[in-house]
Design a protein around this ligand. Sequence first.
Ligand SMILES: Nc1ncnc2c1ncn2[C@@H]1O[C@H](COP(=O)(O)OP(=O)(O)OP(=O)(O)O)[C@@H](O)[C@H]1O
Length: 263
Amino acid sequence: MTEPLLKVDALTVRYRLPGGGTLTAVNEVSLDIAPGSVVGLVGESGCGKSTMARAVCGLEPIAGGRIEFMGAEVKKLGMGRRPAELMGIQMVFQNPYASLNPRRTVGSQIEDGLRANPETVSWSVADLLREVELPADVGGRFPHQFSGGQRQRIAIARAIASGPRLLIGDEPIASLDASLQARVAVLMRKLALDSGASLLFISHDLAVVRTIADEVAVMNRGVIVERGTAERVWNDPQEPYTQRLLAAIPAVDGLGTLPGLDA
Ligand SMILES: Nc1ncnc2c1ncn2[C@@H]1O[C@H](COP(=O)(O)OP(=O)(O)OP(=O)(O)O)[C@@H](O)[C@H]1O
């Protein structure tokens, strides 16, 4: 059996509350991600998905359990204060401005990613822009000159440029127009897998997650309540919480009926 790329074992993360006391945001959660796979993490707002992602990047203190990435333990502040990027993890956030510097051209930011890539790659900024379905010659523009959907695709290009082994999307489609959400999610899967990375795709939207994930983990109140192949969780949910999430989803069109990515 292949060793997992990421191994989260009984992870617990707690926050100190301002008025005293603590909140257990992630409670003994275990989750493995295999190399070259896409795992969806779904659950309602506040269930602990982002906390889990931040802990994987070494950005949260770990109250219990263990995280291993590529065989090495991840501790708070990253391994010896190495940022997640150096460990080979890249995150794409809900708000692309969290990943992009509004004062620098998008080309120069993608170039930073290419320079940080530990492998010698033959891709150029133009290649990456093309990969995210943008014109190859827009590298000289600034983030504000793009639509929200285009900015998010630039953030994905920037993340992929640095050659991560694990790409984490923390609600990366939540701020996009509904008609674009599935297309951007599909693109993210394709780029991650084509570049040899695994993808942890975090979303509250089980319908979209199901279209791109091999496996789905369902989280509720800090605990993973159900895990299985995307098809199994979608067609035959075992947990009442998952059944409620599914019942709340309106009928979904096939991906083929969705419009293109020009917005
Ligand atoms: N820095 C913090 N201090 C105290 N509590 C926090 C902190 N960050 C998150 N929380 C709380 O921890 C719980 C889990 O939050 P988290 O952001 O991980 O959930 P989530 O599932 O990602 O939700 P969302 O999609 O809304 O971000 C929530 O109750 C949240 O209010």
